[in-house]
Design a protein around this ligand. Structure first.
Ligand code: CA
Length: 236
C-alpha cells in the first residue's frame, strides 16, 4: 500500500498543529483533511471514510473521547490519538475505547510517520484478514504457528503465560496495549484489576528476551499506560 493512497482525517482545533500536520504529511505523500471540531470530524469521517483518523483529545465542542466512542460504533480502521503530556488517564481511556495508538504533544515528524506506518500495517492486516505467523524484530523471532521464540538463533524457553503475553504484544507489534487489555487477553476478564501480575511476568519476560533487562530494546514501557513491543529494536 503506497503512502500516496492513504487518506487521513485529523480532528484537531489547534492551528499550529494543523499547519504542522499539513506540512509533514503532505510532504510524505499522504492526503490530509482537517476538521477543527468533533462534530465536523464525525461528519467528514462518515462522508469520506478515511484510512486513518487522527483525533485530538481536547476539542472545542465535545471531548475527543466521545469522538472516539462515536467513531468506534461503525469505523473499523485505525484511530491515532493526540494528547497533552501528563494525561495518562486520558490515553488509557482512549485506548480502551478502541483507539489504536497515541502521540504525546509535542511530537516530531519521525514519531508521527512511525505511528502511521504501524497503523497502515494494521490496516493492511485487517484488509487481508490474516495474521502473520512469523514475526521478526531485529534478532528476535516469534513464531506464532509453532510457539517458538528465538533470539540470535537461540531458543528461548517461556512459560505458557510468558508466551501468551509476548504473543499478544507481537500480534499488535509497534502498538501500545493498555494494562487492562493485556490482563484481559492473557489472564482473562476476571483479572483486569490485577496489574501486579503484569509487572511480575513482564519482568520475567524481559530477563529472558532482553540482553540488558534494565534497558529494554524490545519490550517497552509506556509509563502509566501499558506496554509496547517495539517495531524495530530500540537503540540501547
Ligand atoms: Ca486541542
Amino acid at each position: 500500500m503506497s503512502a500516496a493512497r492513504i487518506r487521513l482525517l485529523a480532528i484537531e482545533d489547534d492551528p499550529q498543529i494543523q499547519r504542522f500536520l499539513l506540512a509533514a504529511l503532505e510532504a510524505h505523500g499522504y492526503a490530509l483533511e482537517i476538521a477543527a471540531a468533533g462534530n465536523d470530524g464525525l461528519r467528514l469521517a462518515a462522508l469520506h471514510q478515511p484510512d486513518v483518523v487522527i483525533v485530538d483529545l481536547g476539542l472545542p465542542d465535545m471531548s475527543g473521547l466521545d469522538v472516539i466512542g462515536r467513531l468506534r460504533e461503525w469505523y473499523k480502521r485505525p484511530i491515532l490519538v493526540l494528547s497533552a503530556r501528563n494525561r495518562e488517564s486520558d490515553k488509557v481511556a482512549a485506548l480502551d475505547l478502541g483507539a489504536d495508538d497515541y502521540l504525546t504533544k509535542p511530537f516530531g515528524i519521525g514519531e508521527l510517520l512511525a505511528r502511521l506506518r504501524v497503523a497502515q500495517r494494521h490496516l493492511a492486516a485487517r484488509t487481508d484478514d490474516q495474521t502473520q505467523a512469523r514475526i521478526e524484530i531485529g534478532a528476535l523471532v516469534i513464531d506464532l504457528a509453532s510457539h517458538r521464540v528465538q533470539r540470535d538463533g537461540v531458543d528461548i524457553h517461556l512459560t505458557p503465560i510468558e508466551y501468551r503475553l509476548l504473543a499478544t504484544l507481537a500480534q499488535h507489534r509497534g502498538k501500545v496495549l493498555t494494562h487492562r487489555h493485556l490482563l484481559r487477553d492473557v489472564w482473562g476478564a476476571a483479572h483486569v484489576e490485577s496489574p501486579h501480575y503484569l509487572r511480575i511476568y513482564m519482568r520475567a519476560l524481559r530477563h529472558k528476551i532482553e540482553a540488558e533487562p534494565a534497558r529494554p530494546r524490545y519490550l517497552l514501557t509506556e509509563v502509566g499506560v501499558g506496554y509496547r513491543l517495539a517495531d524495530a529494536p530500540v537503540d540501547a
